[in-house]
Design a protein. Structure first.
Length: 364
C-alpha cells in the first residue's frame, strides 16, 4: 500500500491462501488520503475497526490510538509494524467499551458490517471528542446503507458524504451534538430455553439464539460436574450458559477472537469455575485438555466468506481434546466440513441435520 510517498508492507493475519484478499482496501486508502489532507501534526488521532492494522501502521509516526475489538487484529497490527521496521511495543490501544483517549481531534473508522457495532463506535468516540473533532468513516460503495447516516446523525450535527474514489466513499462527521442519544452498551434477550442472555453490540446473533446453535443445544450430551468443557468461538456464551445450567459445577472455558463477545460471556457466566480467553487460537488455553469442545464456527469475516479460520480452529481443537474427548460442531451443510474433519479425527458422524444445518460429532 502507498501512503505519503512511501510503500507500506502489509499482510493479513491469519494468513490466507486466497491471493485475491488484500490486508487493506480502497476504503483504507481514502481514509488515509483524506486524513493527510486535513493535517496530522499535533493531533490526537483515534483509529477504529482497522482490520489488519493498515491505517495504524501508516500513521505510526503520529502515535494514533487504536480501538481493538479482535485479538487477531492486535496480532496483525504488531506483525505489520514489525514488517515495516517499526517498534511493536509502542502500540497504543484500548477496547470499544472504554476508549482511553481524550479530546480527540481526528478519528478514522472503517465502517463495520454490523450497524450496532458502528453505533457503539460512534457513541464511544463522541464521548472522547472535542468540539472541533472530525470523524471519517470509510466504506466500499457496494456496502453502503442509509442506516449509517441515521446513526451518524444521532451523534453529529454535520454529516456529509464524500465523492466516490476507486469504489470507496466516506461519511464525514463534524460538530458533535451537545446532547446525543445514548443507547445502553448491552441488551438482554430471553429465549424459550429458559435462558436470559446479555450481549454487547456487534456480537453474533444479537436478537435470539440462532437456528444452528438451537439445533446443537437440542442435541447436547449429558454432562458430569467434573467435565472440562470449552465453548469455542463462544459469542455471548450461550452454549456455555446452557452447559452451566445442566451441570452447575462443570469446569468451563470460553474462547473468542471478539473482545465484545468475551465481555458478553462474562455478563452471562460470572466468575466462578469459568476461564475466559480473548484469543483467536485454542493454544491460548495453555495446553488444557477438554472432555467436550462445542463450536458454531464462523465462516464470515465482515463481507468475506471463508472457512480458513474454521479449519484452523478444528485442527487446534483436535489437539486440545482428552483421549476419548468429543468435538461437537454445528454448521451449514453446504460447507462440507466432514471431508476436512476426517483428516483430523478417527471418527466423524452426523448426529442430526435439519436440511440447512448439521451437527457433526468428532472423536479422537
Amino acid at each position: 500500500m502507498q501512503f505519503d510517498h512511501k510503500t507500506i508492507n502489509l499482510q493479513r493475519f491469519p494468513k490466507t491462501g486466497n491471493k485475491s484478499l488484500r490486508p487493506w482496501s480502497a476504503a483504507d486508502e481514502l481514509l488515509l488520503k483524506t486524513a493527510l489532507a486535513l493535517g496530522l501534526d499535533k493531533k490526537s488521532i483515534v483509529i477504529a475497526h482497522d482490520t489488519f492494522g493498515a491505517m495504524a501502521v501508516a500513521l505510526n509516526a503520529y502515535r494514533p490510538h487504536s480501538v481493538i475489538n479482535q485479538a487477531s487484529q492486535l496480532k496483525a497490527l504488531r506483525k505489520n509494524l514489525e514488517n515495516n521496521g517499526l517498534d511493536t511495543k509502542e502500540v497504543i490501544h484500548s477496547n470499544p467499551l472504554k476508549i482511553q483517549a481524550n479530546n480527540v481531534n481526528l478519528a478514522l473508522v472503517k465502517v463495520p458490517k454490523s450497524a450496532d457495532l458502528f453505533q457503539l463506535y460512534l457513541q464511544q468516540l463522541h464521548a472522547v471528542s472535542s468540539p472541533n473533532s472530525v470523524v471519517l468513516c470509510g466504506f466500499l460503495t457496494r456496502n453502503f446503507t442509509a442506516k449509517w447516516i441515521e446513526i451518524a446523525e444521532l451523534y453529529f450535527d454535520d454529516v456529509s458524504q464524500s465523492l466516490a474514489e476507486r469504489k470507496a466513499r466516506l461519511l464525514i462527521l463534524k460538530s458533535p451534538k451537545k446532547s446525543p442519544v445514548k443507547v445502553p452498551l448491552f441488551h438482554s434477550v430471553t429465549n424459550d430455553l429458559g435462558l436470559t442472555l446479555k450481549q454487547y453490540a456487534g456480537v453474533f446473533s444479537s436478537g435470539k439464539v440462532d437456528l444452528a446453535t438451537r439445533l446443537l443445544l437440542d442435541n447436547m450430551p449429558e454432562f458430569l460436574n467434573d467435565h472440562k468443557i470449552l465453548d469455542l468461538a463462544c459469542g455471548n456464551g450461550v452454549i456455555a450458559t446452557y452447559v452451566r445450567k445442566q451441570a452447575p459445577r462443570s469446569l468451563i472455558s470460553v474462547l473468542d477472537d471478539n473482545f465484545l463477545a468475551i465481555a458478553s460471556a462474562k455478563l452471562n457466566l460470572g466468575k466462578d469455575d469459568v476461564t475466559y480467553h480473548w484469543s483467536d487460537t485454542v493454544n491460548a488455553c495453555r495446553n488444557e485438555k477438554f472432555d467436550f469442545i462445542f463450536c458454531n464456527p464462523p465462516f464470515h469475516f465482515e463481507y468475506e466468506n471463508t472457512i480458513e479460520i474454521s479449519l484452523k480452529l478444528f485442527s487446534e481443537a483436535a489437539s486440545a481434546l482428552k483421549v476419548n474427548g468429543t468435538f461437537y460442531i454445528v454448521a451449514n451443510t453446504h460447507l462440507n466440513y466432514t471431508t476436512h474433519l476426517a483428516k483430523l479425527f478417527t471418527e466423524v458422524i452426523q448426529l442430526a441435520e435439519n436440511g440447512k444445518y448439521e451437527i457433526l460429532v468428532c472423536k479422537k
